[in-house]
Design a protein around this ligand. Structure first.
Ligand SMILES: Nc1ncnc2c1ncn2[C@@H]1O[C@H](COP(=O)(O)OP(=O)(O)OP(=O)(O)O)[C@@H](O)[C@H]1O
Ligand SMILES: [Mg+2]
Length: 249
């Protein structure tokens, strides 16, 4: 069974369709890229899956269960994790404390227990597992705001993993990174994918990076899904070439 199904989804803002009759599906353990020029609807695509917006039309299914219309927290609890195009952390806390908050939220520890939290071995172990997964063990005690932009985005990915998602949505995980940081972040995504078996859907502007790791590529343009296929199919698709050349022109 597909882990994610998007059926005939339209998302309108006033007269503008940010998504227009989009149909697609993601199978378990895929690593799918969503690409398209600025304003194509990529972030909106994530926002309708994660419940930020209820689609104007159409349906979203996670593991066969309809999720459009559910609250964001209900959707997270079903097993969908996400990170944002803009960094979203507790900047004054340490790296480990950021992850700890995510872990505690998942384990539904209440603030009442917060004083004893430092003595919870299973929480510590989980924090260490996640820091290790996102290669931030050496930075554990640094204040998040002092991390490089690239490391902050990795921390955000770690935060998204604290609820053990089956589906991880990464909106421009390399936004604002230079070429070397981008390459490392893409390697990290592939590593997380290999180690955890989580299904990943991500957006990325650097097409070489997209083509180097994706198992499949979805292409949006002006809210429409104009292509859906393997890296090879997408590379030679004339509609995709035109969408990108059109942007440059
Ligand atoms: N909340 C909103 N209200 C009004 N318009 C919106 C809203 N969210 C998105 N849009 C519009 O929908 C279109 C798609 O935006 P979206 O952010 O999904 O594109 P994107 O593909 O993520 O672009 P980028 O590559 O720049 O991140 C844009 O025209 C945008 O202005
Ligand atoms: Mg976007």
């Amino acid at each position: 069974m597909d882990i994610l199904q998007i059926q005939n989804v339209t998302m309108s803002f006033g007269k503008m369709n940010a998504l227009h009759e989009v149909d697609c599906a993601v199978a378990p353990h895929e690593l799918v890229a969503v690409i398209g020029p600025n304003g194509a609807g990529k972030t909106t695509f994530f926002n309708v899956i994660t419940g930020k917006y209820k689609p104007t039309q159409g349906q979203v299914f996670f593991k066969g269960e309809r999720i459009d219309g559910l609250t964001r927290s209900a959707i997270i609890n079903k097993g969908i994790g996400r990170s944002f195009q803009v960094v979203n952390l507790f900047p004054d806390l340490t790296v480990a404390a950021n992850v700890r908050i995510g872990v505690l939220a998942h384990q539904k520890q209440t603030l009442r227990l917060f004083k004893n939290v430092n003595k919870m071995p299973e929480v510590d172990q989980e924090v260490r597992r996640i820091l290790n997964l996102v290669h931030l063990t050496p930075e554990a005690d640094l204040v998040a705001a002092t991390l490089s932009h690239g490391d902050q985005k990795c921390l955000e990915m770690g935060m998204a993993l604290t609820n053990h998602p089956e589906l991880l949505l990464l909106d421009e995980p390399t936004a604002g990174m230079g070429p070397e940081e981008t390459r490392q972040a893409i390697e990290l995504i592939k590593d997380i994918w290999n180690k955890t078996g989580v299904t990943i859907v991500f957006t990325e502007h650097d097409l070489d990076m997209v083509f180097s790791i994706s198992t499949r590529v979805l292409v949006l343009q002006s809210g429409r899904l104009i292509a859906d296929g393997s890296v090879e199919e997408i590379r030679r698709d004339p509609k995709v070439k035109e969408a990108y050349l059109g942007e440059e022109a």
